[in-house]
Design a protein around this ligand. Structure first.
Ligand SMILES: Cc1ncc(COP(=O)(O)O)c(C=O)c1O
Length: 387
């Protein structure tokens, strides 16, 4: 491998990162969704101070309330939506949140629908809660992946009243930011079929210019009363290891229904997570803007490279997220796209088949890294494809 390996510094720094530890040292990781781009400086200062004081006992409830208030302020100022903290719960993880919503809201004999390709834990959440799993494929259009509304309605009918849509918006892995008209159309079909909407909006703050995130709950009061929203500071501010997330119930009836689970099974987010999240929401805007600038330029590098492969790899430019959904179907690889790239390019992508059973010739690239590491990732994949 290249002796000027620009990954060494990152690898040396990221000593507690599953992304960097999972594979052999000669492999550049571009898989699990966190970034190599640090955290907001004010969060670092606050967390350093907590450790310096050795203040890691049980946090006061006021810290939870402050975190929820900070999230509410952030949603208002960044996404124009009113989210009442009294309808929220602080959780450890977004994954925990959608599992909780499925197990408490979705009728036992009903189904849960989601778009494929899909963030893999959606599959295990539906199966693990013994609900019927129904998927609706996004369809590649001229400018990006599109919803097949006829198919969606069919799946809602099959799910039955009391079923749910597990929506991921912005969408992982395609990077779609669903438009107002798409979301309104989803809401109409959901209302018509008495379907809950569990809206995972964890990537909401990572939209690129020209694309606006619309919180699903903001569409109308009627849809709010069918909607659970999940979010976190963990993607926007790179705090996934602190394990802190938020669930917002669209009305008090939903909030009450969520209490069907014994509170003791839910656990609590950590003081570091609550504090890191609250400070990010209150003081992180500037850091996020500059990180988004790096990500925008990385996205351009990925898309320029895709264009230079003359169809060996295809992709739509992600409208949000630091993830690119790479399509190798024009020049299929053995045994799968991800395995080929791992074996021949020593780059670890996420396997397409974990996002949809038909997607073995797709792979997800995480470009949330430094431009130097990204350049090396792309040049390695390029070399392998052409050899
Ligand atoms: C759509 C989506 N939801 C949830 C998560 C994970 O969130 P958490 O770590 O809070 O469970 C991710 C992480 O990649 C994600 O992409």
């Amino acid at each position: 491998m290249n002796s000027q390996n620009p990954t060494s510094a990152t690898r040396a720094r990221r000593i507690y990162s599953v992304k960097w530890l999972e594979y052999d040292a000669d492999v550049i990781p571009a898989w699990v969704a966190d970034t190599d781009l640090g955290i907001p400086p004010s969060v670092k200062v606050a967390l350093d101070d907590v450790i310096a004081r050795e203040e890691v006992g049980y946090p006061p409830y006021s810290l939870t309330l402050d975190y929820l208030a900070a999230f509410s302020e952030w949603q208002k100022s960044n996404h124009g939506v009113d989210m009442d903290p009294s309808l929220m719960m602080a959780l450890s993880d977004v994954i925990q949140g959608f599992n909780l919503a499925i197990s408490t809201l979705v009728a036992k004999d009903s189904g849960v629908v989601f778009f494929t390709p899909s963030y893999p834990p959606f599959f295990s959440a539906v199966e693990g809660n013994n609900r019927r799993l129904l998927t609706s494929d996004l369809v590649a259009g001229d400018n990006g992946y599109e919803i097949d509304f006829d198919d969606l309605e069919e799946k809602f009918v099959a799910a039955g009243p009391g079923g749910a849509l597990l929506l991921c918006n912005p969408h992982n892995p395609t990077g779609r930011v669903f438009s107002h008209s798409e979301l309104t159309a989803i809401a109409e079909v959901a209302i018509r079929n008495q379907i809950w909407v569990i809206s995972d909006e964890i990537h909401a703050d990572l939209c690129y210019s020209g694309f606006t995130h619309i919180p699903f709950v903001s569409l109308s009061d009627e849809i709010a009363s069918r909607t659970v929203t999940l979010s976190s500071a963990s993607k926007s501010f790179n705090l996934a290891g602190l394990h802190c997330a938020v669930l917002h119930a669209g009305d008090s009836r939903i909030r009450k229904a969520l209490q069907a689970i014994p509170e003791g099974l839910l656990g609590h987010p950590s003081s570091l997570g609550l504090l890191g999240g609250a400070i990010s929401f209150r003081e992180g805007r500037q850091w996020l803007d500059s990180t988004l600038e790096t990500l925008r330029s990385n996205r351009e590098a990925v898309m320029n490279w895709v264009a230079s492969t003359d169809g060996l790899v295809r992709a739509f430019s992600p409208e949000a997220t630091y993830l690119a959904w790479l399509d190798f179907t024009e020049s299929p690889r053995t045994p799968t796209a991800q395995r080929f790239v791992l074996d021949k390019a020593a780059v670890a992508l996420n396997p397409g088949e974990s996002f949809a059973s038909w997607a073995g010739q797709f792979a997800r690239l995480n470009f949330g890294t430094t431009p130097e590491v990204l350049e090396m990732i792309l040049s390695r994949i390029d070399g392998a494809l052409r050899s």
